[in-house]
Structure formats: C-alpha cells, structure tokens
Design a protein around this ligand. Structure first.
Ligand code: SF4
Length: 247
C-alpha cells in the first residue's frame, strides 16, 4: 500500500489519515475550512450529542447569575458533576442576595465534589456579596466589569454575555481553541489569542453558538487526545493540524 507523505498545513506537520475502508485519506483541505459547511454539519449532529452543563442551565432559564455561578463550578470539573452541583446549590440559593446568606462551608458542601470546590465556594460567596453591595444584586453586562471579579476570566465573562444576556461575544475555551486550530481555521498559541483571531474572522452569526457546538463536538468526536477522525463528518474539510494520534 502506498502511504502518502506527511503534509504541511500552516507550517505544522499533518499526518495522513487511514480510513476504516483501508484507504488513506489524502488531505487536500490545507486552506481555510469552509466554516458555513462545518457549522451546518455540527448543527445537524448536535441534537444527538450530550450537551455541556452550563448550556443546559442557560437553556432552562436565561439567567446571567446562574450562568456565572455554573461556569465557575464547571472549571476543571466533569459536566455531570457540574450539573448536579449547580442543581443542589440553586435549590438553596438562586440569586446573589440568598447566596450571600450562605456560609462558604455551606456552599462548599453543596458543590462538592466539583474540582477546587473550596476555592470556588469562596469565589461564589465573594462575587455574590459584591453583586449585592455594589451592583444592586444584578450581574453587570459589560465584559470589562465582569473581569474585575475574582475567579472570572475571559471564558466565563464571554459565556455570561452570550448565554446569560444573549449579547455578542465569543467564549473560547480549550475545545474551541483546540478544534479551530486543528481545522487550520486559525493558528494561535492560547485561548486568548484564539478569541482575538476569531473576533476578526468568524462570521458574527456564529459568535454565540460556536462555543456550545464545539464543546459538544470536542466531548463527543474531536477529543483532546486521539480524536475520532474515522467517524468525523468534517474529515473532508479539516486540515488536522498537529494531530499525530487519532482513531
Ligand atoms: S475529529 Fe479529526 S477530522 Fe474531525 S475535526 Fe477533529 S481532527 Fe479534524
């Protein structure tokens, strides 16, 4: 069997893909991914995938405070744990004033076993108190104001804007950063850089949905380690930049 040579995409080596049929997939998509086709394929498949926990919270009720708190709980925590921890916590307190009445220990026991639950309970307590004292118990709608809260980074702030307020923003987490780079759509080193590039390049209509779609896609198909390229419907579009092991 003739094995194709290693190809280059954006200066990065791209390993050819052996399909289940036994044929080598000769990667030709070394240019920009067709983003409209890619999003349309992702949307077709999305219904069958497990949804990210924070999206489920937002779908139940567009509530910026709950999106903010769930997003804090979700950092470095499995979705199943985030969903249950958020449910337990919101059953006790679902607004800043009620949350500020709970002690840090109570919050910690409600969100356990979320990763770093102790630090997160301190952050949730501090944010809730500050929202009550300085913001009339409402979550601010500007990204710069959100970023001053302890524990709130660009990912969380963008998610609050997009899912909580329905405002324009691009939430770039590890999945969005990894997948857009694998596609060859952008070439960046960090999620912050990816957000800047995507703000210039991604059509505005996809800014809000891209996170939800790519988190679900990343959890179900384009895994961080060994993505499932042989069953992925984007193989014909994707440059597989940096992918050395796949299945
Ligand atoms: S699973 Fe493979 S082919 Fe599909 S988007 Fe990820 S790297 Fe590209």
């Amino acid at each position: 069997m003739l094995i194709p040579s290693i190809l280059q995409a954006g200066g990065v080596k791209v390993k050819p893909l052996l399909l289940r049929s036994g044929h080598w997939f000769n990667i030709s998509a070394l240019n920009d991914i067709d983003i409209h086709t890619a999003v349309s394929i992702l949307r077709e498949q999305y219904a069958a995938w497990k949804k990210p926990a924070v999206s489920i919270v937002a779908q139940c009720e567009r509530n910026p405070y709950k999106v903010l708190v769930s997003c804090i709980i979700s950092l470095r925590t499995k979705d199943e744990v985030t969903a249950k921890a958020s449910e337990r916590l919101f059953a006790r307190a679902e607004n800043p004033a009620d949350m500020a009445e709970l002690s840090i220990d109570e919050i910690a026991s409600l969100i356990y076993p979320a990763g770093f639950y102790r630090n997160k309970s301190e952050q949730i307590n501090e944010i809730s108190r500050r929202l009550v004292s300085d913001y009339g118990s409402t979550v601010p709608e500007e990204i710069d104001e959100l970023l001053v809260f302890k524990g709130v980074g660009r990912k969380t702030a963008n998610l609050v804007l997009t899912l909580g307020f329905g405002k324009q923003g691009i939430c770039v987490d590890t999945h969005v950063h990894r997948i857009c780079n694998r596609w060859g759509y952008i070439s960046t080193k960090s999620p912050e850089e990816s957000e800047k590039m995507l703000r210039k390049k991604l059509p505005a209509e996809y800014w809000i949905p891209i996170n939800d779609l790519l988190v679900a896609f990343g959890q179900n198909i384009c895994h961080p380690v060994s993505p499932r390229c042989t069953v992925c419907r984007l193989t014909g579009l994707c440059s597989r930049v940096g992918v050395t092991v796949s299945r």
